[in-house]
Design a protein around this ligand. Structure first.
Ligand code: AMP
Length: 176
């Protein structure tokens, strides 16, 4: 995993001062690195029944689609408000400044289906927690959550675990 860690580009003070932006596009652009990352994200769930991967816009789509292919299951997009074309349900969550809303198609999940959440990075966990709430509200079961990067100082994985979600991240970076 240390090889994968070195494929992440860190951009200080983006998008604002004090943030260390962990840019995963450099990992995605490396054929061997991308393949290894997808295999490692899918591995904990290979022996479980997963009905679909729910990927969070936008980098979660790239990783989630590939993980879904590897797990031979479907893919469900969770998008920013106003982007999905059919009937949606929305979930508000708190950002550092203000609030945002993510949405899922109201009929994307059948009751009892087991859904794996995928995103590139977990920080405070607010986005992934909102995704878990959306899945539960549609009648689905959150089978787990997989990320490339964890920022443990911000407590996101602990937040998901406090909801009983099984979480996996391939690597961690200290700080914000
Ligand atoms: P959070 O809801 O706080 O867990 O934030 C997670 C979301 O924000 C993910 O979709 C990430 O892509 C993005 N994000 C938050 N912090 C960073 C960071 N330092 N570098 C790159 N992306 C980040």
């Amino acid at each position: 995993m240390s090889d994968l860690r070195h494929l992440i580009r860190t951009i200080p003070d983006y998008p604002k001062p004090g943030i260390m932006f962990r840019d995963v596009t450099t990992l995605m652009g490396n054929a061997a690195g991308f393949k290894a990352a997808i295999e490692a994200m899918a591995a904990p769930f290979q022996s479980e029944k997963i009905d679909a991967v729910a990927g969070i816009e936008a980098r979660g789509f790239i990783l989630g689609g590939a993980v879904a292919d590897r797990l031979s299951c479907g893919f469900i997009p969770i998008r920013k408000k106003g982007k999905l074309p059919w009937k949606t349900i929305g979930q508000q969550y708190t950002l550092e400044y203000g609030v945002d809303i993510i949405e899922i198609h109201a009929d994307a999940i059948k009751p009892g289906e087991r859904i794996l959440i995928v995103d590139d990075l977990i920080a405070t966990g607010g986005t992934a927690e909102a995704a878990a709430k959306l899945i539960s509200r549609t009648g689905g079961l959150v089978a787990g959550a997989a990320f490339l990067v964890d920022l443990p100082d911000l407590g996101g994985l602990d937040l998901l675990r406090s909801h009983g979600v099984s979480t996996h991240a391939l690597m961690a970076f200290s700080g914000h």
